[in-house]
Design a protein around this ligand. Structure first.
Ligand code: FES
Ligand code: FES
Length: 211
């Protein structure tokens, strides 16, 4: 079976020990340079086996729930982690962290997206709405009120994602029937299996929002 270990490319005329020494020399030089300017570069081995340094952090402005937040993050930070870990907006939940459960759903320019699947740096020019941004002061959003009225949750782990997704589902007019709601809410899983109540809540809220 082929080895999965990343090997340096052969260099004609030089023994392997020399390749390693060359790589180490590069890494050491980078460390020294980084220390001199006061940053710790992230080092990555790319597919063609060359070692390179990439930017450690980027400055960006995220517009969340109508407020602009200035952040400095590593380019690899997801929108979900930026919301939760950097901005303290923990209403958006981390379930699977790989795009399967929908617990992390937020609105990006009114389109629902899974925030674990997008990088914070990719959302700089987007208006993000999280579950915290739905209510108007003390007045719950009709979808939030309907979820409570219809008892559409148990543990609550999926609920913020369900609520945000339901807001978009209603705005998209995918509420013509229970089946249609189930189909268009199918990206949001509920381990407590509150689906019947969730569909009822979405129907209620859709009716109320159409009035
Ligand atoms: S946490 Fe993003 S889809 Fe599950
Ligand atoms: S209420 Fe528990 S996962 Fe949905």
């Amino acid at each position: 079976m082929a080895s999965m270990t990343c090997q340096p490319p052969p260099r004609p005329g030089l023994p392997p020990s020399t390749w390693e020494a060359t790589r180490r020399t590069v890494l050491k030089a980078m460390g020294t340079a980084a220390a001199a300017i006061g940053v710790a570069p992230m080092v990555t081995a790319c597919s063609d086996h060359r070692t390179r340094a990439v930017a450690t952090t980027v400055d960006l402005t995220l517009k969340i729930n109508g407020t602009e937040h200035e952040l400095t993050v590593e380019p690899r930070v997801t929108l979900l982690d930026a919301l939760r870990e950097r901005l303290g907006l923990t209403g958006t939940k981390k379930g699977c962290d790989r795009g399967e459960c929908g617990a992390c759903t937020v609105l990006a320019d009114d389109r629902r997206i899974k925030s674990c699947l997008t990088l914070a740096v990719m959302q700089e020019n987007t208006a993000i709405t999280t579950v915290e941004g739905l209510a108007s002061g003390p007045d719950l959003h009709p979808v939030q009120a309907a979820f409570i009225r219809r008892d559409a949750f148990q543990c609550g782990g999926c609920t913020p994602g369900q609520v945000v997704s339901a807001v978009a589902c209603i705005e998209e007019s995918h509420t013509g029937s229970a089946d249609e709601i189930r189909e268009w809410m199918s990206g949001n899983l509920c381990r407590c299996a509150c689906y019947a109540n969730i569909v009822a809540a979405v129907q209620d809220a859709a009716q109320e929002m159409r009035r």
